[in-house]
Ligand binder design. Structure first.
Ligand SMILES: C[S@@+](CC[C@H](N)C(=O)[O-])C[C@H]1O[C@@H](n2cnc3c(N)ncnc32)[C@H](O)[C@@H]1O
Length: 236
């Protein structure tokens, strides 16, 4: 009963009061809160640096960004062909990622996924991106390292919010045909390469949507295959 009231409230687009109600509900009935991880991103490279440098190292010619917002990243990136998809702002295509993938027939060297940060949507964005990624290409996935249970809880209640992107990333970590890392930079940049998985993750709970933050808190280095940017440059 309470769960269904909560879900109804969560569907209503609301302001501060609704977010407070949801937060309050979560504190009482939600998942266990193990505390903050205290990731420190201020001394790590930005997504702008990581993506642009890798485009240059790999001599990539085409770039797709899913979720462009105010074009902070999209306008920074220099690449032969650039496509940006967002239903509300920025980029070149005013539509959802699902609509884009339905119409698109192009392939890309580099894809930055940063649209709707909900597990199911991220999973779809990853699968669709893999199908249009050139063989030697790279997919980046933003917001893979949430600092707290609230930062990854859906629906969003926090200003600094990553959503449950990490659950979709854990799922690809279990795919033997995809090699995946999380670069410790800019709220966690997931990296997906189309090649044999060099560090396959094997976990008991294959119901990825139901993973709990406490599992992430206790085991994020292994789950996410965490590496520093300098290591990433050597691996790719
Ligand atoms: C975090 S912002 C993107 C920031 C940008 N990538 C950057 O690095 O500066 C997320 C964006 O995703 C967009 N978005 C939400 N739902 C989407 C969807 N279904 N498909 C594509 N973009 C979506 C939002 O409109 C928002 O602008």
């Amino acid at each position: 009963m309470l769960e269904s009231i909560y879900l109804k409230l969560a569907k209503v687009k609301g302001g501060r009061n609704l977010r407070k109600i949801i937060s309050f509900y979560r504190k009482i009935f939600g998942e266990k809160n193990p505390g903050k991880i205290n990731f420190k991103f201020s001394d790590k490279p930005s997504r702008l640096k990581v993506v642009q440098e890798i485009i240059e190292i790999k001599k990539f010619n085409s770039y797709l960004e899913i979720g462009t917002f105010d074009d902070e990243l999209f306008s920074y990136i220099k690449c032969g062909r650039k496509i940006g998809v967002d239903p509300y702002s920025g980029g070149t295509h005013r539509m959802t990622s699902d609509e884009f993938f339905l119409k698109n027939s192009e392939k890309f060297d580099c894809i930055f996924i940063d649209g709707l940060h909900h597990y199911k949507q991220v999973k779809k964005d990853i699968e669709n991106s893999i199908s249009i990624l050139n063989d030697k290409g790279i997919i980046f996935l933003h917001d893979c390292l949430p600092n707290s249970v609230e930062a990854q809880a859906v629906p969003r209640t926090e200003v600094h919010w990553n959503g449950d992107v990490w659950k979709a990333f854990v799922e690809v970590r279990c795919n033997p045909l995809l090699d995946c890392y999380t670069c410790y930079a800019d709220y966690g940049i997931g990296v997906i390469l189309k090649r044999k998985n060099r560090n396959l993750l094997n976990i008991d709970n294959k119901n990825f949507a139901k993973l709990r933050f406490v599992e992430f808190y206790n085991n994020y280095k292994t789950l996410m295959n965490l590496i520093l940017y300098d290591e990433l440059k050597k691996i790719i």
